[in-house]
Design a protein around this ligand. Sequence first.
Ligand code: SF4
Length: 88
Amino acid sequence: MTPRSGAGPRPSGSAAETRLRVDPVACDGIGLCALLAPDVIELDRWGFPVVVRRDLAPREVKAARGAVRACPRRALWLERVTSLSAAR
Ligand code: SF4
């Protein structure tokens, strides 16, 4: 039997995860992002965003992408993290 291409787990070291990052200096603390991606971002007691989901599922990536686009201060961004860099 021939293995199907793309089937099964990814080889070790090639997996990448998507993470949402916040620049707390640039953020205005109004909280629009938490409205757009409530499963990913919560607000602290002062109204500043806290990313509560480390590795985002595809549905969460879509919501986070909307929050990134809507952020008026460009204080949010998505980054791809490989398993090697995630271990640091
Ligand atoms: S939308 Fe941007 S500026 Fe507003 S709270 Fe979220 S990260 Fe901060």
